[in-house]
Write a protein that binds this ligand. Structure first.
Ligand code: FES
Length: 180
């Protein structure tokens, strides 16, 4: 068999593998979009976060769901840019959040991140950890990673960003989860 022919077969295999890979990712996102729940709402739960220091994660139980509150420092807010190409859905177009949270920091106010603490792959609880010069959430089950806005990195199997529930501010140090 000629070298050109062998190279042609290898190229075709490469294209086929690339195509199947893209199809797999596409199907994963489509399945998530079709089966995803509506933005969680209802059963309002007031939470005081006045004592929450930057970098510390507060987890509250919201009628059986873990909800995170993370106070982000100015550096962490500024650090939420510059690596968009590593993210699956940097603009949160295919992820679940209230419309007012579809922004770069995925929150009503940049300094406070509120999210459901459940990986969008199979629901494991990711953990906050420091990774080099930035912090992130790492899911221990299949190593999906999320940034401090809950945006998922491409390298893992989770198809979408962390889910943001409905919430509103009630003053400067209290939020009501479940209420818009
Ligand atoms: Fe999180 Fe699979 S459940 S990566």
């Amino acid at each position: 068999m000629s070298r050109d022919r062998i190279a042609g077969i290898d190229r075709r295999r490469l294209y086929l593998a690339g195509g199947l890979c893209a199809l797999g990712v596409g199907l994963g996102v489509a399945r998530y979009v079709v089966t995803r729940p509506q933005p969680p709402a209802g059963n309002p739960l007031p939470v005081d976060f006045g004592d929450l220091v930057p970098g510390k994660l507060l987890t509250v139980d919201w009628h059986g769901r873990s909800v995170w509150l993370l106070r982000r420092s100015a550096d962490e807010i500024a650090g939420l840019a510059g690596y968009e190409s590593e993210l699956t859905d940097p603009m949160s177009e295919h992820s679940l959040q209230p419309p007012a949270c579809r922004n770069a920091h995925r929150s009503l106010r940049p300094e406070l991140f509120v999210a459901i603490g459940q990986c969008t792959h199979q629901g494991c609880p990711p953990a906050l950890r420091s990774a080099g010069n930035r912090s992130e959430f790492l899911c221990p089950c299949h190593t999906s990673k999320f940034d401090l806005a809950g945006r998922v990195f491409r390298m893992g199997p989770a198809p979408a960003n962390l889910v943001i529930p409905e919430y509103r501010f009630d003053g400067d140090s209290r939020v009501v989860i479940g209420e818009a």
